[in-house]
Write a protein that binds this ligand. Sequence first.
Ligand SMILES: [Zn+2]
Ligand SMILES: [Zn+2]
Length: 253
Amino acid sequence: MRFTSLGSGSAGNALVVESGRTRVMMDCGFATADTKARLERVGLRAHDLAGVVVTHEHDDHLGGVARFAMKYAVNIFVTRGTACWLPPDFPAVLVHIVDSHTPFAIGDIAVEPFPVPHDAREPVQYVFGDGAVRLGVVTDLGCSTHHVEEKLSGCHALVVECNHDLDMLMSGPYPIGLKKRIAGRFGHLDNATAAALVKNLDRSRLRHLVCAHLSEQNNKPELAVDAMAGALGCERSWIGVATQSDGFAWRDV
Ligand SMILES: [Zn+2]
Ligand SMILES: [Zn+2]
């Protein structure tokens, strides 16, 4: 199994997981032409995708899904709560409803959704598996839960939200209401909380750790990496960071 990010942050997210002949995209917050160009950059075409799994309705995740899926007739997988936000003319035949506690398969890839605290209607995040290795992804959550940690424990690869540095957020230019929303229990994880979450997990099989969904306004890659390396007692160079413009290159799990 291998995975790559097409870009990560508040301006758009998309990640691709590949196992055997199956490729699944998680979220699509980019316009169709941009998504196509980003896929080409990692050696893929739209028709290579077996489906798009969606986490929640926020524009940086769902914003590009409908047009892309309609243009290339790609199946999408969404919770009922997220499906409410699809455009009315979206073809029902392409929609597969996800139960947030029930694993399912797309081709060779096992997909385990799990609910997360975030200010959306029915948000989930996903663990992807191929029977041998597991990749856990959490890009939008306000706080950790026992269930989240249970799902992410034992994974071989993790992509974890490090949205902001709490001091940068609080001393920055955002209005106080927005600061409270972002830092709240249904907002986004700050670096220290993300690091504490990963520290709590069973990391005995962990080979890849990538910080994702960094705020360009309220974070710096080195702060996210410092927080993770400090909490985990590992080399800074071992920790990856997903960028808004390029995501990150393919990683073999
Ligand atoms: Zn969100
Ligand atoms: Zn987001």
